[in-house]
Design a protein around this ligand. Sequence first.
Ligand SMILES: CC(C)(COP(=O)(O)OP(=O)(O)OC[C@H]1O[C@@H](n2cnc3c(N)ncnc32)[C@H](O)[C@@H]1OP(=O)(O)O)[C@@H](O)C(=O)NCCC(=O)NCCS
Length: 187
Amino acid sequence: MAIMQVEQNTALRVHIRWMIRRDMTDVLEIERSGFEFPWFEEDFVRCLRQRNCIGMVAEHEDRVVGFMVYELQKTRLHILNFAVAPEFRRLSVGTQMVRKLIGKLSPQRRTRIVLEVRETNLAAQLFFRENGFRAVSVLRKFYEDSPEDAYLMQFRYRSKPNEPVLHPATGRNRIEFHEHVRNRLTG
Ligand SMILES: CC(C)(COP(=O)(O)OP(=O)(O)OC[C@H]1O[C@@H](n2cnc3c(N)ncnc32)[C@H](O)[C@@H]1OP(=O)(O)O)[C@@H](O)C(=O)NCCC(=O)NCCS
C-alpha cells in the first residue's frame, strides 16, 4: 500500500497521443537534449511519411514532455526513437509510454517490442530493463556515427492469466486447433 502511494505521488500523469506536425519544435528540442547524435527534422519527416511508422507524444498540461517513434512490423513493434525531456525524467513518463506500446501487443499478432540501445547508454538500458526488456544480442559496429556496438533489447508479450493461447495463424486456441486438425485428418 505504501509503495503504491509513493508511485502515485511521484508519477507525472501524461496523455499519450499521436504526434502532429505542430509538435515538431518541442520534439526536436527534446531530441537535441537527449542524444549526442540527434535526428534532424528531415529524419522525423522521412520516417513518419512511411505508412508503418508511428509517432506519439506524451503531453502534460499542454506541454510535450516526451515522444516515441516506432515501426509496425509483421510480428513486432520496433522502437526507432524514444526520449523524455530532461526536466521531466524519473517521473514515470517513459514508463507510461512503454506501457502504451505494450498495450498494443497481442498473442495473435505482434508479440514483441524491440529496440537497439547504444552500449554507452546505461540509463536507457536500465530503464528498458526495469520495464521488462532484456538484451538478446549484441550488434557489432551498428552505428555510422560512432564505433560503438548496440544491444538489441526485447520485450516479449506474456499472456494474461486465463487468456486462451491462440494459434498465430488460425486464431484458434490449442484445443480448437487440435480438434480442427483431427477433423481435417479424419474426414
Ligand atoms: C531513458 C529515458 C527515456 C527514461 O525516461 P524516464 O521518463 O526518465 O523513465 P522513468 O521515470 O519511467 O523510469 C522508470 C525506471 O527506469 C529506471 N531508470 C530510468 N532512468 C534511469 C537512469 N538515468 N539511471 C538509472 N535507472 C533509470 C529506474 O528504475 C526508474 O525508476 P525510478 O525512477 O523509480 O528509480 C530518459 O532518460 C531519456 O529520454 N534519455 C535520453 C534519450 C534516450 O536515451 N532514449 C532511449 C534511446 S534507446
